[in-house]
Design a binder for this molecule. Structure first.
Ligand code: HEC
Length: 176
């Protein structure tokens, strides 16, 4: 009985280690899966208005990412939904009674995740710490592995761990 208990314990310990190392195995661009449950994650920022792009963006952060910002911890995942907006006959956005853009449909989903050694398979000037990127269409289909355009835009955000709108997120947290 004792032997069975010990081997059971060992087995559980080994599979926990395996699961953890799998979750944090080095990932490069396009290798992050779309997390199935992200819509239940804490909100990073919601209803970000981008009239310039005719988009509304909703950003979620996994519970691990809540632990700190600048830098965000290993294991952080962020998911951003890009929604198209309602437009009129002139092609311009039609605003609601509060002057806000109105969602039309989910067009893309952008993901970024951070782990030890992640995102290093790119030219040094395109590295953003240890973040890796992935993009999906509205149905969750991968849009490929090339994230150089993502990177070139996030590289200058070095002071906020390559994440956008961190000050807004932090001030929102402070008032909760
Ligand atoms: C033109 C510059 C630009 C490009 C290109 C870009 N991003 Fe971003 N990204 C931003 C900005 C700015 C935000 C904050 C939301 C906003 O203001 O629209 C953001 C936000 C994000 C977020 C939410 C976390 C955060 O930083 O606030 C993720 C995830 C993300 N981008 C991933 C990607 C991926 C993946 C790609 C490429 C497929 C990409 N981005 C391309 C500028 C860019």
């Amino acid at each position: 009985m004792k032997t069975i208990m010990i081997s059971l314990m060992l087995c559980t310990a080994a599979s926990t280690v395996l699961a953890d190392s799998h979750a944090l195995a080095a990932k490069n661009d396009g290798e992050l899966a779309l997390p199935v449950d992200y819509a239940r994650w804490p909100v990073y920022l919601k209803n970000v208005q981008r009239p310039d792009l005719k988009q509304i963006r909703d950003i979620y952060l996994n519970p691990q990412g809540l632990k700190s910002s600048r830098p965000f911890p290993y294991g952080t995942m962020m998911v951003m939904e890009l929604h198209s907006v309602k437009t009129g006959a002139d092609g311009q956005p039609v605003l609601d009674a509060n002057g806000k853009l109105q969602k039309q449909g989910l067009s893309k989903i952008f993901v970024m995740g951070k782990g030890p050694g992640w995102g290093q398979a790119v030219a040094p000037e395109l590295r953003t710490g240890e973040w890796a990127y992935a993009a999906f269409d509205g149905s969750g289909k991968s849009l490929g592995k090339d994230a150089s355009s993502c990177r070139s835009c996030h590289v200058p955000m070095k002071d906020t761990d390559f994440v956008a709108r961190v000050a807004e997120y932090e001030s929102g947290r402070a008032t909760k």
